[in-house]
Design a protein around this ligand. Structure first.
Ligand SMILES: C[S@@+](CC[C@H](N)C(=O)[O-])C[C@H]1O[C@@H](n2cnc3c(N)ncnc32)[C@H](O)[C@@H]1O
Length: 385
């Protein structure tokens, strides 16, 4: 492909990414892969160059651009060598017109700038592993160039680009990919051997497996989710990790309590790693900034409040409900925890001791800028005895 054709390919892909962000379609990575699957003439250098252009344009614009071309024209305003490719040559983009619309540059969407600026949401996210305590100690793992994570006791940090799933340590369940922040909020749950734990929004089990390791695989974890496909990925992961205490339960979204009758008032610990805006993970998914709207945020905040209320029913007297979001928005974190406490007299927030993060209202917050982790809010809410 000529450099001009690569620029046009980036525009075509960005058009799809913009449309998918507007209509809740596929993730940018999926769109890029799909694009090249049907264009075998593109070699590996072409793919890399196009991908870099696509992601540079995505990272540059906090606001969703009007089109792929507007996104790339915006990038071209900062890169004269890219602007020079808009020369009208065959397979390349037509010249940039005087006063042509271009995407503006910003870290986050304007409507969220007051809350989200300055958290390092465009920094490079590291590749972190959690060593599975059930099978190994961190000091036993000798993966080339891996370094201990600064805060999480079982974490290892790898250089970018390592294909973890090809490592023998992954195949034998000694390690799992998990951001250091995710490891730390799992530690904040303080699960102990023998406990009865409900992981209410377990997904594919990232935190479930961390909880099982804390519990030395003793006790029971009921891992729930309303997404069958995600939940079905948990069992093979648990098997690889040597975890035997997890039972999965598929919930009916909107009627979650129907499948949980036997657990009412029975759990020592209920973890709600709630569906959220994901603003704390924007380093990893920069195009997610184009997906969030005030409406979507309001809907997810209402869902979180409802799930916390349903989950609270499962906590035994004196037990603990842990609210986690990978978001830096107060509506989802501190506001959600405070609203829960206001709705549930007798419940109280417990202090959280972690080697990173700062107290934030009734909970604790981790940020990319201060902690080098994804952004998280976590609160421990103790039921009355
Ligand atoms: C932040 S993710 C959980 C990630 C997971 N705990 C982990 O550590 O990998 C939120 C999860 O909530 C689930 N969810 C959404 N609505 C739900 C509902 N009504 N009941 C239970 N889970 C729900 C989603 O399917 C998603 O897996």
């Amino acid at each position: 492909m000529t450099p001009q054709a690569r620029a046009q390919a980036a525009i075509d892909i960005l058009d799809e990414v913009v449309a998918a962000a507007r209509d809740a379609g596929a993730a940018a990575d999926v769109i890029v892969q799909r694009y090249f699957r049907t264009r075998r003439y593109a070699g590996s250098k072409d793919r890399r160059a196009v991908r870099e252009l696509v992601y540079a344009a995505i990272r540059r614009s906090g606001e969703r651009p009007d089109s792929g071309r507007a996104a790339l024209v915006g990038l071209a305003e900062e890169q004269p060598e890219l602007a020079a490719l808009f020369d009208g040559s065959m397979h390349g983009p037509p010249p940039i017109a005087a006063n042509e619309a271009s995407a503006g540059a910003s870290e986050v969407p304007l409507w969220l700038a007051p809350q989200l600026s300055g958290f390092g949401l465009l920094d490079r996210a590291p590749l972190d592993l959690r060593v599975n305590r059930l099978k190994a100690k961190r000091a036993d793992i000798t993966i080339a160039d891996a370094a201990p994570t600064p805060h999480a006791p079982d974490g290892l940090r790898l250089p970018e680009g390592v294909q973890v799933e090809k490592l023998p340590e992954w195949e034998t369940g000694l390690i799992e990919v998990q951001d250091e922040g995710s490891q730390l909020v799992t530690l904040a749950c303080a699960a102990e051997p023998g406990m009865k734990v409900v992981d209410f929004c377990a997904g594919a089990g990232g935190k479930t497996l961390g909880l099982a390791a804390q519990m030395a695989d003793r006790g029971v974890i009921t891992a729930c989710d309303a997404d069958r496909a995600r939940l079905s990925r948990l069992a093979p992961r648990a098997e690889r990790a040597g975890v035997t205490i997890v039972e999965t339960r598929l919930l009916d979204g909107g009627r979650e309590s129907e499948a949980l009758g036997d657990l009412i008032g029975a759990a020592d610990l209920v973890v709600v790693d709630a569906p959220c805006s994901g603003t704390g993970t924007w380093r990893r998914n920069p195009e997610a900034r184009w997906r969030l709207t005030p409406d979507r945020l309001a809907r997810v905040v209402a869902l979180q409040a409802r799930l916390l209320d349903v989950a609270a029913e499962l906590v035994k007297p004196g037990g603990v409900l842990v609210h986690i979001v990978c978001s830096l928005l107060d509506e989802e974190g501190v506001g959600q925890a405070e609203a829960f406490l206001a709705r549930h007299p007798g419940w109280a927030a417990e202090p959280i001791a972690l080697p990173a993060g700062r107290p934030h209202g009734p909970g604790l917050r981790l940020t990319p800028s201060d902690d080098g982790t994804d952004g998280f809010f976590v609160a421990r809410l103790k039921a009355p005895c």
